[in-house]
Design a protein around this ligand. Structure first.
Ligand code: 0O2
Length: 269
């Protein structure tokens, strides 16, 4: 069943939704870890540098609904906010992004609702990243609920740019002077050049290794530790950006609306 049907069946509390979204994050986190482990096993190479997971803050949900012109209710949240649960996968190379996206898309239990390729079509700001909105089934005691997750996949360089741009833009509350926006776009071009350079450098290293008779088709220097048995080094780091431990009464009024006062109470733990 979809999140909507779940809601129509009277399961409409904030905590029930958060349970779903948190479970979806756990499921996706595990899927990503398995893909990385398998890659390591087959190709002696791990494409993922790190993974971040986060649940959107109530404040940010209310802001988004307001921007879309909807009232702040749980129903509207589940209908219109696609990124309450978000997983960000940070890879080494641009080619890893598309490989991972294909692997995620190919999983039978995942349904892709939409894709935005901001690498091929960067945003006006210079933002680059590959976005997928997917649903993943969450098996509860008496039902299965297909739950939405936003997956963002990008390189370390793209992530570096996006983090800093977010901070800078935030300071100006959306009214950054034109020269700042221009410089940010220029930095974004530098990021693309850097990514392209690192990718071609890596390909050159692989070629050189092959010529030297390395028996492994895809052995990469940076994964040398994979062969030393140092397992901790191979593990991807998954960071929980924030957690919500809030109660329904903190967040909703009698009609089930998400209220602004409670949003304040729901700021980052
Ligand atoms: P936060 O705080 O990261 O959660 P839609 O999905 O079409 O309803 P939305 O959500 O604007 O609309 O879609 P889009 O454009 O795919 O953006 C989703 C997320 O991408 C944003 O979430 C940001 O995380 C990131 N993002 C998009 N554009 C930019 C940008 O110009 N700079 C940076 N740094 N990040 C960007 P939120 O909800 O805006 O924010």
């Amino acid at each position: 069943m979809s999140e909507q049907t779940y809601m129509n069946e009277g399961i409409d509390s904030w905590n029930s939704f958060m349970l779903l979204y948190n479970s979806a994050l756990k499921e996706m986190g595990t899927k990503v870890e398995i893909l990385n482990d398998e890659f390591q096993h087959i190709h002696q190479y791990n494409p993922i540098e790190y993974v971040k997971k986060r649940i959107k803050t109530p404040e940010s949900i209310v802001k988004k609904l307001k921007r879309y012109g909807y009232e702040s209710t749980l129903e509207n949240m589940s209908k219109y906010v696609n990124d309450v649960a978000g997983v960000r996968i940070v890879c080494s190379f641009t080619s890893d992004i598309y490989r991972l996206a294909d692997m995620i898309r190919a999983q039978d239990d995942i349904t892709v609702l939409s894709i935005k390729d901001y690498i091929k079509n960067p945003k006006e700001s210079g933002y680059k990243s590959y976005h997928m909105i997917v649903t993943i089934p969450i098996f509860l005691s008496d039902r299965v609920v297909d739950t939405k997750v936003e997956i963002q996949i990008r390189t370390i360089a793209m992530d570096f740019w996006a983090s800093l741009e977010h901070k800078i833009y935030y300071k100006f509350e959306g009214n950054a002077p034109e020269y700042i926006s221009r410089d940010l776009r220029e930095c974004s071009s530098i990021v693309s050049m850097l990514d392209a350079k690192m990718l071609s450098l890596n390909e050159a290293i692989m070629e050189a290794k092959k010529e030297q008779g390395d028996p492994r088709p895809e052995s990469w220097d940076r994964n040398a530790q994979a062969h030393t048995g140092d397992e901790d080094e191979d593990e991807i780091s998954i960071q929980e950006e924030m957690e919500w431990n809030l109660h329904r009464s903190d967040l909703e009024d009698e009609d089930g609306a998400l209220n602004q006062a409670s949003v304040q109470a729901g700021k980052k733990a």
